[in-house]
Structure formats: C-alpha cells, structure tokens
Design a protein around this ligand. Structure first.
Ligand SMILES: Nc1ncnc2c1ncn2[C@@H]1O[C@H](COP(=O)(O)OP(=O)(O)O)[C@@H](O)[C@H]1O
Ligand SMILES: [Mg+2]
Length: 337
C-alpha cells in the first residue's frame, strides 16, 4: 500500500518567495500526522498543492500513489479538506452544500442526501440543515467545513487549523471527532500552530519553518530533545560561575541564583549539589524545571532573521530591529504580489 501522502523535494515559489523549499514528507496510511509551524511556514501552501489549489513549482507529490497533477481526479477524490478559510456558497441551505459536494465527487443524489444527513448529525448541526451558511455562528461554520470534508467518506482527511479561534467546547468536540475518525481508519493530516494540540492528537509531527521541514518526530521524541534547568539559590553570592563537569551544558549566575542546564535534572541534581558543596557553596534552595514542548518548538522554528534581531536588539544604537525586519518582510511580500 503506498503512503497516504508522499512528497519529494516539493517546491512552491510565489515570485521570489519560496513558500515550500524541497519539502519531502511521508504520511503513512492510517496515521494521525501533524504539521506544525508558525504563521507563514507554508502549511496551507503544502495542503493546497495536494488538493490542486496551488500548482507546485518543482518536485513530486502523491496521494495514495496518485500523482496530484497527472492523476488529479483520483488524488482529489481520496481527500476530504476542511480549509483554513471559509469558502462555502452562502446562498444554499447547508444540506444542499453538502449534497453538491458529494455530487461533484460522483456520489448519486439519494446516497448524497443520506450521507449529508449522517455527517451533519456527526458534527452536531443536523438541526441547522435547512439554514444558509451565513446564518450560522462561527463555531457552526467550522463544523460545517468538517461535515463537507467528510461527506465523500475520504480516506485522507486534511484539517487546516481547524481549531484556530474556536471556543473550548468546539475544540474538544473536534478533538474527539477526529480521534474517532482516525480510530476508524481515516488518515489525518492536521495543521496547527498549537503545540499542545499536536502533542495530544498526533502520532507524528513535522515541524515546518519558512517552507522547510525542520524535523519529524513523535511528540515524545520531541520532548526528549528538551533539557532541564536546575536553579539553585545559594546562601551567598558567588563571584563567578563555578566550573562544573561536562554534564552542565551551561551555567549562569545572577545574584545568589545559579542556573545550570542539564539533560536530566532529576538524575543530575544530587551530583550538582555534591559538586557545589565541595566547592564551598551553601545551598539555600533548589528547583528543577523541564523545558516545555512549547520552548522546544520556539527553539526549532527560530528563524535566522529573528536570531539576528535578538542579538542586534542588544546593540547600543537602540534602533527598533524587530519592526524594521517586519517592514522588510512586508516589502518583500508586496514585491511578490
Ligand atoms: N497566493 C500567494 N501569493 C504570494 N505569497 C503567498 C501566497 N500564499 C501564501 N503566500 C506566502 O507563502 C508563505 C507561506 O504561506 P502559508 O502556506 O499560508 O503559511 P501557513 O499556512 O503556514 O501560515 C507566506 O510567506 C505567505 O505570505
Ligand atoms: Mg495556513
């Protein structure tokens, strides 16, 4: 069985902007796969090349073995997409919206009507079936996008930021529903910029930044890449940072507080205490903090221009590098459009 999604060196350029840069990614059949990245990372562009809304500039993309351009029809029929933006015909009752969608994918009318009812019930808006899209609340609109993605009973469900800006209730409903769908065998690709969401739902996560794949890992593997910080309060202020063993990746002093970055805080703390006491320090207090997945994510997606901004922001001239970098990016984008 070919993978649900397989891209090799996928490139998309908008003018000078490289929105996807040689992106190679494989999502296996049955997986719950997360695409995680900050705004502008290229998540939507990636999805849109799979469903034919964006034409790739280079590389290959296949869905269940079907080339997204050469075998467009087969590739597209396998996918149910709940897009990031609402793109629903506002003038029809929503049940008809779903029936049109099913019809477009070749499902006969009787069956389309049954399927529409079924998915409307499943997402919890069956009682709104005769209402128009623009009469629905924001949350119901999100539910409808999901229903429309499901009406063709897709093997691959793609959800582009389904929970951005939705309330807690809907977020949890969506999480439950997609988990259920995945357990029933539907392959799921979900994009999000919420790390907790990816952690909670996904078997594997690809982290993207500036059109590139930064890493692919399970949420547990990502967490293991983190490190711990042991913060020690000393009875008296040290004059310099003590020179500890190689287990201490970084040692910083501020006042009576000593911070030591290590791989595993719990395992290292006793040794650190011994070492400090052997050097004549008296310990008042000790605390271990684990790097959160959030921090790991921020670390992995720290772009080059943001790194420059950080160090240059410390320069004496006091110029506002952050906003000039932003203006720079906006100029680039205008040049493209
Ligand atoms: N139609 C377009 N024309 C020009 N640039 C675009 C277009 N669509 C997206 N981009 C740019 O491509 C990059 C990736 O965008 P996008 O795929 O929407 O990212 P994400 O979904 O991860 O937020 C961004 O820099 C964005 O501004
Ligand atoms: Mg997007």
């Amino acid at each position: 069985m070919p993978p649900a999604i397989e891209t090799v060196d996928l490139v998309k350029e908008y003018g000078d902007l490289r929105a996807l840069q040689e992106l190679s990614l494989t999502v296996e059949e049955g997986e719950f796969f997360g695409l995680l990245g900050p705004n502008g990372a290229g998540k939507t562009t990636f999805i849109n090349t799979l469903v034919g809304l964006v034409r790739k500039t280079g590389g290959d993309a296949r869905v269940f073995g079907h080339d997204v351009e050469d075998d467009y029809r087969q590739a597209r029929d396998a996918i149910g997409l709940a897009p990031q933006e609402f793109n629903v015909d506002r003038f029809f009752p929503i049940k008809e919206v779903l029936m049109h969608k099913a019809g477009y994918h070749g499902i006969p009318e009787d069956e389309a009507a049954d399927r529409a009812d079924e998915v409307l019930k499943r997402v919890g808006i069956y009682d709104k079936r005769n209402e128009r899209f623009d009469w629905l609340s924001g949350g119901m609109k999100r539910r409808l996008l999901l229903a429309r993605a499901l009406v063709t009973d897709p093997d691959l469900l793609i959800l582009d930021e389904p929970t951005a800006g939705v309330d807690v209730q809907l977020r949890h409903d969506l999480w439950d529903l997609v988990t259920e769908l995945n357990e029933e065998g539907t392959t799921i690709l979900l994009t999000t910029h919420y790390i907790e969401e990816a952690e909670r739902l996904c078997d594997r996560v690809a982290i993207m930044n500036e059109g590139r794949k930064v890493t692919v890992a399970t949420p547990d593997e990502l967490k293991e890449r983190g490190s711990d910080t042991i913060a020690v309060r000393l009875e008296s202020e040290p004059s310099t940072a003590p020179d500890l063993g190689a287990y201490a990746h970084e040692t910083t002093v501020s006042g009576d507080r000593l911070e030591v970055r290590v791989d595993d805080g719990g395992a290292t703390a006793p040794r650190l205490l011994n070492d400090l006491e052997a050097r004549g320090f008296e310990i008042a207090d000790l605390e271990i903090t684990r790097t959160s997945l959030e921090e790991i994510f921020v670390d992995l997606t720290r772009s080059e221009d943001r790194t420059v901004t950080r160090s240059s922001a410390e320069s004496a001239d006091g110029s506002d590098d952050e906003s000039s970098a932003k203006r720079e990016r906006e100029r680039e984008r205008e040049g493209v459009a």
